[in-house]
Ligand binder design. Structure first.
Ligand SMILES: [Zn+2]
Ligand SMILES: [Zn+2]
Length: 254
């Protein structure tokens, strides 16, 4: 099992960061990518990734935090990403017009900056998109298939899915698909087998039966089980498919 998106640097793991990851490995996890939200976080993530041969990380500034972003921070992110082999992607970046913690124009500007960086460094981009489907597709489209990307924690409709797939993207599903008030079966069945990823987004969004608790990478199992059920595929096959896709997407060999 491969957790394509977690936040192991989060302060909710302060007491037991490595133990939590070890526990996931003993539950059958073979790898994970811990996702950065800003420069400081990216530096911590790179250090953490260096401590395990099963862990990789990203470098980037979350759309919630771009009001603090500076050209110097982006330069340092670029330097980290190009020099540290543990950094396998740029992000998470994107647009969040639900919370809109940062101005829309600013979010768009930094989203483009991250995509340029991905293109220049030949690294994929981890995209966060909430209430911003058309703008997300428009901006990625400006890069004319020159950047590999994943739409993480996908909750959109089939139109958004197809637009992302047409641009060469992957989609990643989180514990949200296990919630009884979330109806995603049709979308999940439409995703081409070679574009589907799974993620916990831990410590957020714990899947049923852990809903409301702190999430952790070991729980990716529940998300894979739900995908297998909805797509009517074997659990082992779903593990193999999502692991192979994550390795291909992030360019990881293990
Ligand atoms: Zn996100
Ligand atoms: Zn995230």
């Amino acid at each position: 099992m491969f957790d394509s998106h977690c936040h192991l640097t989060d302060k909710r793991f302060e007491e037991d960061r490595l133990e939590t990851f070890e526990r996931a490995l003993s539950c059958g996890l073979t790898g994970a990518v811990t996702i950065a939200s800003n420069l400081k976080d990216a530096l911590s993530a790179a250090e953490l990734a260096g401590a395990s041969e099963h862990l990789w990380c990203t470098a980037g500034i979350h759309p919630h935090e771009v009001s603090q972003a500076t050209p110097l921070a982006l330069e340092k992110i670029s330097a980290l990403a190009s020099s540290n082999p543990g950094v396998v992607a740029i992000g998470e970046t994107g647009l969040d017009f639900y919370y809109e913690n940062s101005l829309k124009e600013l979010q768009e500007k930094w989203f483009r900056e991250h995509l340029k960086l991905s293109r220049d460094l030949d690294l994929p981009t981890v995209v966060h998109s909430r209430n911003a489907e058309d703008d997300t597709i428009r901006i990625i489209g400006e890069f004319q298939n020159s950047v590999d990307f994943v739409l993480h924690c996908f909750t959109g409709k089939v139109d958004f899915l197809n637009a992302g797939i047409d641009l060469g993207g992957y989609v990643s599903f989180s514990g949200l698909i296990t919630f009884s008030n979330v109806e995603m079966d049709e979308v999940i069945r439409c995703v081409p087998e070679d574009r589907i990823l799974v993620e916990t987004d831990s410590p957020y969004l714990a899947p049923v039966p852990y809903r409301g608790k702190r999430n952790e990478p070991a729980y990716v199992q529940k998300i894979i089980e739900e995908l297998a059920r909805i797509r009517n595929q074997e659990w082992e096959d779903m593990v193999e498919i999502t692991t192979a896709n994550a390795k291909r997407f992030y360019g990881i060999e293990m």
